[in-house]
Design a protein around this ligand. Structure first.
Ligand code: SAM
Length: 258
């Protein structure tokens, strides 16, 4: 059954009103008609089965038939703090991180990011809304009931102000390429194994992972993230591309949490 995220305001009563691109998708792409059913999510974890009552390309009206239990969300918040990557790598990573269950993604412009972006610029706002639309589509496709929040890109100077509050209470790991190949260095895998082994006594906490840019972290960035309580970890013996590192780290975290 097709799934759509609508703002909570569209689901105040038994009636659900869907407009814009989703209405067009229902009417023109999926060619649905009244009597047919869709799944509607409010993005905050509540899911309903909805029967279509009136279908137009600009406006669809339905009625909530039954609330459904949401089962596709990880039991803990999972946060990715990702250095800005060049080209459409971020688009791809937003989609994959959403499929893997990420709750929030904070892009930051690292010293050695190939791409440059001023977080306060219109271009940054445009990239953020583009990524949020990609996250919506990936959440619908993967059967999620919560839509990840894609934050506005920040500069490293804003890390404390933005991530301090956002990561409070999280276990924060920074994947540091300098720890690759170092047998004595802690690995993300081992740290997560320990969290899982302790889960009977200590509930698995919210987990955040920080991934650097194509050029790697500077020492100043390492210090900034250390000030947030980030624990440096390795991701194995090889130097992974940033997007591979993010996918690998999120896969380990999701496997631990799910
Ligand atoms: N230019 C850097 C170098 O050659 O050392 C590599 C940076 S790597 C392409 C991009 C990011 O992926 C790193 O900043 C780190 O966050 C992560 N990463 C890649 N391989 C890793 C590993 N083996 N251990 C920990 N982090 C890794």
């Amino acid at each position: 059954m097709q799934r759509y995220f609508v703002p909570p305001s569209a689901m105040q009563s038994e009636r659900v009103v869907i407009e814009g691109g989703d209405a067009h998708h229902i009417a023109r792409v999926m060619r649905m008609s009244s009597g047919m059913r869709i799944i509607v999510c409010d993005g905050e974890g509540r899911v309903w089965e909805v029967e279509l009552l009136a279908v137009r390309a600009d406006r669809v009206v339905g009625r909530r038939v039954a609330e459904r239990e949401e089962t596709a969300e990880p039991p803990i918040p999972i946060v990715l703090v990702q250095a800005l990557l060049k080209g459409d790598k971020m688009d791809w990573l937003v989609q994959k991180a959403t499929e893997l269950g990420v709750t929030a993604l904070y892009p930051f412009v690292a010293e050695r990011s190939v791409a440059r972006l001023d977080g306060a610029s219109d271009k940054a706002a445009h990239r953020q809304s583009r990524w949020q639309a990609i996250a919506k589509e990936a959440a619908e496709q993967s059967g999620r009931s919560r839509m990840p929040t894609i934050a506005r890109p920040i500069g490293v100077g804003d890390v404390e102000a933005v991530l301090g509050p956002a990561l409070r209470g999280h276990r924060v790991f920074i994947a540091d390429e300098a720890l690759a190949c170092r047998g004595d260095a802690p690995s993300l895998f081992m740290c997560l194994e320990r969290i899982r082994a302790d889960a009977a006594n200590v509930p698995v906490p919210p987990i955040a992972v920080i991934i650097g840019p194509e050029g790697g972290f500077t020492d100043a960035e390492r210090e900034r993230f250390a000030a947030l309580g980030a624990e440096p970890v390795g991701l194995g013996r090889r130097i992974l591309r940033a997007e591979t590192a993010a996918l690998f780290a999120l896969s380990l975290i999701t496997a631990t949490a799910d």
